[in-house]
Design a protein around this ligand. Structure first.
Ligand code: ZN
Length: 489
């Protein structure tokens, strides 16, 4: 019975021995030399039998075929050709990247080979360092028909040419090189062998890599002060706005605690380079949680209405309910998109921002900012610079059909809106929000005119009817924080 453990141990040792593999040296070197690049040369040199097993033909036939097809696969589609010699180095270990195919220790006659070597930026990120391990190419003083050339990809700068270069290392700050090898049909040498050796040179290279500048984070709600046109930077055109358009924008801004939005219609007078804004059409906004955006359906209706009045879409407006009318970074981006879009059709496009309840503004009147965005980048705010227009006002008959329809629509719509301003609630002391609004409208009216007084009375009646006591009870609880803090940017 004592023999049994002995037999088991012997059996186990035998099993272990059986699992030991002998690996062919050329297979073991794959990690260092790359899968295919030096494979053919190595197996041909070391074991002709392996070569035949591997490619199912003798070396001479293989190279003959390869030489015949290489020009076709390399030149068939310039720029996008399949490159059998493309190497992407995605680790930093030393490995062979290019070598001549040899026969009896001589490189082949009539070679025309090219390798593209790219180093993966994330891994080594410091350019490429190439070592010339071996170099024997036939040249004489007056002939350079056989040569090895290494060029930087991108700049096409020649980093090495065997006819006049003797260095052992080649370094490039770029992330790729193109290696080409040409030979004629006489006097071959034994060839060359190049390796990529990132680890050895990585420290030196790292110092050369320029640090990528940090992209500044732009707060989309940051307000950017507007610049003013001057003699050095004159306005591209001047702007006139019908008082009725200002009135609609002002009423619209006053009735909502959140941002309101709308389109502007008008026409451009090319003869004296002035933009006349004749109408403001309120649109619905979609709340995105942080900021309001224009509802595309109502935007389409607004544009149709402008066109039906034989006017062009020439701008947009929105409100900053309780803060100054400077554009936010997002407003600047939106305005730029509009400007670019309309510029394609040869039209100008402006933006208007209305601030009705800005506590820092003096008096009861809303602040208006009429602006355009320039292509200049502000060095302080790192965004395109907004410029404001000093616009003129053109007085119009007040009780036009369009104006009265818009006012009635705003009263009706916002009397049901959960973000409405309770117009009959106090704004400051004894002054209600409605009185404040009417006071602000006076800025856009002919002073001391009967028409203006009558108009203000009509507007007052419309909003008392819509926002009156009978309706207040049926609606939501008045917001005690009304107008205290800006709802958004
Ligand atoms: Zn805004």
């Amino acid at each position: 019975m004592a023999v049994l453990p002995l037999l088991i141990r012997r059996r186990q040792r035998y099993e272990r021995q059986r699992r030991r593999w002998w690996v062919k040296p050329w297979i073991e070197r794959r990690m260092l030399f790359g899968q295919y690049h030096t494979l053919m040369t190595e197996i041909e040199r070391e074991c002709q039998g392996n070569f035949v097993n591997h490619v199912r033909m003798p070396p001479a036939m293989f190279y003959e075929l390869l030489q015949r097809i290489t020009p076709r696969i390399q030149k068939s589609e310039p720029g996008e050709f399949y490159d059998p010699y493309l190497k992407i180095l995605d680790d930093c270990n030393e490995r062979y990247i290019a070598t001549t195919r040899n026969k009896e220790n001589r490189y082949l006659p009539n070679s025309n080979e090219a390798w593209t070597v790219l180093v993966s930026e994330t891994q080594c990120s410091s350019g490429l360092s190439i070592r010339i391990n071996q170099l024997s190419i036939y040249t004489t003083n007056d002939s350079c028909t056989d040569y090895l050339k290494i060029e930087e990809i991108g700049s096409s700068r020649v980093l090495f040419h065997s006819c006049d270069g003797k260095q052992n290392y080649i370094e490039t700050a770029g992330n790729g090189v193109r290696i080409s090898f040409i030979s004629d049909d006489v006097h071959e040498g034994s060839g060359f062998q190049l390796s990529h050796q990132e680890k050895a040179a990585i420290k030196e290279n790292q110092a050369k890599v320029p640090k990528t500048p940090k992209v500044p984070f732009l707060d989309p709600f940051k307000l950017v002060p507007c610049h003013h046109f001057s003699q050095e930077k004159p306005a591209p055109f001047y702007v006139e706005i019908h008082n009725t358009a200002l009135i609609i924008m002002d009423i619209h801004a006053h009735v909502s605690k959140t941002e309101v939005i709308g389109m502007l219609g008008g026409c451009f007078h090319g003869d004296d380079q002035h933009l006349e804004i004749t109408m403001a059409i309120p649109c619905n906004s979609i709340s995105t949680g942080l900021q309001c955006e224009m509802d595309p359906v109502s935007q389409t209706f607004a544009c149709e209405e402008i066109n039906n009045n034989r006017m062009n879409v020439v701008g947009w407006y929105h409100s900053h309910p309780t803060f100054n009318p400077n554009p936010s970074i997002r407003d600047i981006e939106t305005q730029l998109k509009f400007q670019d879009y309309f510029a394609q059709g040869g039209f100008s496009f402006i933006g208007v921002i209305v601030s009705p309840y800005n506590r820092t503004s003096p008096g009861m009147c809303s602040e208006f900012q009429c602006l355009t965005i320039s292509s200049e980048i502000s060095p302080v705010d790192k965004c395109n610079m907004p410029y404001s227009f000093n616009y003129g006002m053109i007085m119009q008959p007040l009780q036009s059909e369009l104006v009265m329809r818009s006012i009635n629509m705003l009263a009706e719509k916002y009397s049901h809106d959960r973000n409405r301003v309770e117009l009959l609630q106090p704004y400051l002391g004894d002054t209600s929000c409605l009185s404040k609004m009417l006071e602000s409208l006076k800025d856009s009216l002919e002073p001391n005119s009967e028409e203006s007084t009558q108009f203000l009375e009509i507007v007052s009646e419309i909003f008392i009817m819509a926002f009156g006591p009978g309706k207040v009870e049926a609606r939501a609880v008045p917001d005690p924080e009304l107008l205290v803090s800006p709802p958004d940017g």
